[in-house]
Design a protein around this ligand. Structure first.
Ligand SMILES: [Zn+2]
Length: 257
């Protein structure tokens, strides 16, 4: 078997595994809803009792969030890992792979209408969308293919590395980081005027659900500040000047290229 045939066979095998995983997830959800409507309404009743009119008084007429969050839709990566209560604080835009191309309008709304001073692009380790983009996802629906297609540009270099012997876990994490860098770069170009005027900062982060960065499971790792990717300069960046040294060392990291 030629080297090309081996690579092709490997890609086909991983594509089949990916497809079967998706199909299994769909099949399971048809058999048993993981959250019943009874549980949902009961949880909401508890919420009503612990909040009420007083809680909503300040913002029932208009929202005033401090951050526009562009994150992956993945159920394991939420803003609740850094805000106990994201209501009226986080304007959230979510899609598979935390991609700005797929939701320019929603991100524009956060930046240009809600004037959030921070745009936080948050990827996460073990991202299925990034993994799919590294493999053959042609068998997915047209809509999914169209969304994942946008990940091809940031992952171009990674795909070349994937054809050589590599540490799959590390490469996957690096692909996530590459994607965050790319989305930050696209945001910097789109909102260059707001950034130049000092009205917006774009921050790239990874919610590390697999502890790939070694700072702990669930660490929000800052990897990019307004396009800055050098670790030494990141830790000295003006945006983190008020962050204690120990926390800077822990939370600001980059994977080794
Ligand atoms: Zn994801």
């Amino acid at each position: 078997m030629s080297r090309f045939q081996k690579i092709a066979r490997g890609a086909l095998a991983t594509a089949l595994i990916w497809s079967s995983l998706l199909l299994t997830a769909q099949a399971d959800s048809n058999v048993k809803a993981p959250i019943s409507l009874g549980e949902l309404l009961s949880q909401n009743s508890k919420y009503l009792h612990s909040h009420g009119a007083e809680y909503y008084a300040d913002f029932k007429d208009a929202q005033n969030p401090g951050v526009t969050l562009l994150s992956c839709s993945d159920s394991r990566a939420h803003s609740t890992s850094f805000f106990n209560d994201p209501i009226n604080r986080v304007f959230a835009v979510r899609n598979i792979g935390n991609q700005i191309h797929n939701n320019f309008g929603s991100v524009d709304y956060g930046v240009h209408h809600l004037y959030t001073p921070l745009l936080l692009v948050m990827g996460h380790t073990h991202c299925g969308a990034v993994q799919a983009a590294m493999q053959n996802y042609a068998s997915e629906s047209f809509a999914i293919v169209r969304e994942v297609d946008h990940l091809a540009i940031p992952l171009r270099g990674i795909l070349q590395e994937a054809s050589q012997p590599h540490d799959a876990e590390l490469l996957w994490a690096r692909a996530v980081e590459h994607n965050v860098d790319y989305q930050v770069e696209m945001a910097r170009r789109r909102y260059a005027d707001a950034i130049a005027a000092g009205k917006l900062n774009v921050v790239g982060a990874v919610s590390d659900i697999s502890n790939a960065y070694g700072a702990g499971y669930g660490q929000l790792v800052i990897v990019n500040l307004n396009g800055e990717k050098d670790l030494t300069r990141l830790r000295l960046h003006r945006l983190v000047a008020d962050v204690p040294e120990a926390l800077r060392q822990q939370a600001i990291r980059r994977l080794k290229p």
